[in-house]
Ligand binder design. Structure first.
Ligand code: GDP
Ligand code: IMO
Ligand code: MG
Length: 420
């Protein structure tokens, strides 16, 4: 059985927390796309852990955690993450499996990311500068280096050639402010530890496990509106963040997908540039940022905030074929007099409920819903939720045409209500 967990907005929906909650029911957790641009936060007791490359199942004993073929892998970030995790999960090394087909992020990919963003000036994407775009560019143009290449005799030569090619591109961008020797020596040191990990043909590993009846969860990174094809292009990431990306990124046929679990925040956030129709550039937006601690888990940047956008959410549910909906950070809306949700877009005087090709000229039309005064974070059963909040949930369910089966009411594991 393969279930896929997907972010339905612009990332940071609380996927890490939800994966950690749901992992109890799974044997294997697998990342299938993205790389260290992801920042998935798990709060265990009072300690917060941010995972970038290691799947969010690692804190549950007995799980296997796979870094799948569709991921772009930075050995340096991985090494730092392992150092932190091994302090509290001593057997982490034994439970992490890395696909031979995953592409390597080289130090020069990160430099190229910086150079390209600089060259874009005002229209920069606001990337995480983790080298994601340039690594996927090399993959698609058939020039990338993969984890499996680390095991080949001529790896050093291939690496040298690639780095030389990247240096020429950096020269083209007139980008010279870097110390490549030092970057390369840390990278090569980190690579040595990666060679000691379980490096596998993950497509066989996962398909054979499924044949044996294992329960596998594919953990999405980023979110649907950052998808390379269906997101707010060009302000997107460079991978397929949608549910079908799990099949490509793990080598699993689409008819093996069982549930698609879509995660959305009770409001909306976005980091980086690009359109955001329901954005609030006012005190309400600041209140959401403050109450929701909306600062990037990877870059620390303040996240842009706004109301829930149901036009975008219903689009994301359609693209992913969501079978289960989970709402997170519901507690952050505690205390607002009125909560608003975007229900239609107005474009050039015309109203639509469809997510358009371009969001540039979009004005959202809102529905106002009465807020609630009780603290949702202190509720421990769905039945005890405030009536006004139940109305909020009901309105969303009716609009989307799907039940919300789980509600996260705090960052900790136990702050999660199974509803429906
Ligand atoms: P991800 O990238 O989708 O895994 O999400 P992030 O970890 O980047 O951002 C979500 C943030 O919200 C993290 O700081 C989580 O600890 C926190 N969080 C997750 N669920 C909840 C929730 O239900 N309520 C509150 N208040 N915080 C939450
Ligand atoms: P998680 O998995 C939120 C955004 C960046 C930028 C754009 C492209 O934690 O939800 P990239 O570095 O991928 O080339 O940046 O995508 N972005 C994210 N925003 N959460 C993420 O991951 C993100 N990963 C990338 O801010 O706008
Ligand atoms: Mg995140």
């Amino acid at each position: 059985m393969l279930d896929v967990i997907i972010g339905l907005q612009w990332g940071d929906e609380g996927k890490g927390k939800v994966v950690d909650v749901l992992t109890e029911g799974y044997d294997i957790i697998a990342r299938f796309q993205g790389g260290p641009n992801a920042g998935h936060t798990l709060k265990i007791g009072d300690t917060e852990y941010v995972l970038h490359l290691i799947p969010s199942g690692i804190f549950r004993q007995g799980t296997f955690n796979v870094i799948g073929s569709g991921v772009v892998f930075d050995p340096v970030v991985f090494g730092q993450e392992m150092n932190n995790i091994e302090k509290i999960v001593p057997d982490a090394h034994e439970r992490i499996f890395i696909s031979k087909r995953a592409h390597l992020i080289l130090p020069t990919h990160r430099l190229l990311d910086a150079a390209q963003e600089k060259a874009k000036g005002k229209s920069k994407i606001g990337s995480t500068l983790r080298g994601i775009g340039p690594t996927y560019t090399d993959k698609i143009s058939r020039g990338g280096l993969r984890i499996g290449d680390l095991l080949l005799k001529d790896f050093d030569k291939r690496l040298k050639d690639k780095i030389e090619q990247h240096k020429r591109i950096l020269d083209f961008y007139d980008f010279h402010d870097y110390d490549l020797d030092s970057l390369l020596s840390s990278w090569l040191e980190a690579v040595e530890s990666v060679r000691d990990m379980h490096i596998i043909n993950s497509e066989y590993f996962i398909n054979k496990a499924l044949d044996r009846g294992a329960r596998v969860m594919a953990e999405g990174a980023q979110g649907t509106l950052l998808d390379i094809d269906f997101g707010t292009y060009p302000y997107v990431t460079s991978s397929s963040t949608v549910a079908s990306g799990a099949c490509i990124g793990l080598g699993v046929p689409s008819n093996r997908v069982n549930n698609v679990i879509g995660i959305f925040k009770a409001y909306t956030t976005r980091v980086g540039n690009g359109p955001f129709p329901t954005e609030l550039n006012d005190r309400t937006g600041e209140m959401l940022r403050r109450q929701g601690s909306e600062y990037g888990a990877t870059t620390g940047r303040p996240r842009r905030t706004g109301w829930l956008d149901l036009v975008a959410l219903r689009y994301a549910v359609m693209i992913n074929g969501v079978t289960e909906l989970i709402m997170t950070k519901a507690d952050v809306l505690d205390g607002f007099d009125t909560v608003r949700v975007g229900v239609r877009y107005e474009i050039d005087g015309q109203e639509t409920e469809e997510f358009p090709f371009s969001l540039d000229q979009v004005h959202p039309i809102y529905k106002n819903i009465k807020g609630w005064k009780d603290k949702i974070s202190q509720v421990d059963a769905c039945g005890q939720l405030p009536e006004e909040f139940k109305e909020y949930v009901k309105f969303i369910e009716q609009y989307i045409g799907k039940e919300i089966t789980g509600i996260s009411v705090g960052a900790r594991r136990r702050e999660f209500l199974y509803c429906g």
